[in-house]
Ligand binder design. Sequence first.
Ligand code: TXA
Ligand code: MG
Length: 313
Amino acid sequence: MKNIYRNSFYNLNKAKRILEKNQILALPTETVYGLAGNAYSHKSVKRIYSLKKRPQKNPLIIHYYNLELLKKDAEYDKNFLRLYKKFSPGPLTYILKKKKKSKVSKFANAKLKTIAVRFPKNKIIRSLLKKLAFPLAIPSANISTGVSPTDPLDVVDEFKNKIKFILNGGKSLIGLESTVINLSSKPAILRPGSISRTQIEKVLGKKVSNVTKSKFVISPGMHKRHYSPGIPIKLNSIKPDYKAAFIVFGKKYKMKKNMFNLSKKSNLKEAAKNLYKVLRKIKKLKYKKINVVKIPNKNIGIAINDRLKKASN
Ligand code: TXA
Ligand code: MG
């Protein structure tokens, strides 16, 4: 595919020049693929919203190489530093208070007083961030409310030739979006991910609440329908409905044509890595309905169930 570029010194420099011209490209992170633009540029940020057809009031995550640039953009405390030391770079996003002097475009954080920040671990995006004098605003590289991409072809699937430059990092290591924690007031998980609440509580030495189920929308992206393949999904099924695709987990299933196994080894990490690919495949095969078996609600299974729940709305 002509718009997919392999990771090389030459291509990273090309990516750098694209971003410096305030244009948009797609790139890998350890969670999912993202659409990246200069977070300090109104033009870049607005372009991301229009490409994704994303509502203006749903803010983006700003991706940094390390603490150096962040200091100018956000305020942080001891809780942040403890978590940063343990989990960053990695799949954890922090909601912090935005500094008045911050250069991050107000459109990137939906004119809120807070800002979401992350330090990705994938080595391609890290080499790129290291070359840049600005952080990157990066949402997942899918049309708003859809399924996140976990390889370069998924990005092509979403945007066709509208994205001219996609850096190839192979299949996403984790396959589900980062954990989001609010640190701008009492610590609370806004979106579960591969880093669990229990792991975070251990580092902070205290209980952290979970507001993903809250009636009050705290994270603007917590609106109900999300991560959706655009087909009705029924959860906790024992067997598939007539002509439905059946998503299963574990070894007790005899494979049939309509059956898609997230992990024959009953491995939740493997299931997380496969989930979005399977949803995309089922949509391509034109199934009109999806049934999913019960997935164990522990570790990254909590994040899998969160995405399935939202996809089923
Ligand atoms: O793993 C990830 O986080 C991926 C990769 C590409 O880094 N990115 C990602 O971005 O999932 P996106 O835009 O698809 O999701 C960002 C989430 C949304 O739920 C959004 O509402 C929330 O972060 N968010 C961003 N800024 C926020 C803020 N100031 N306060 C509360 N929630 C915020
Ligand atoms: Mg997204």
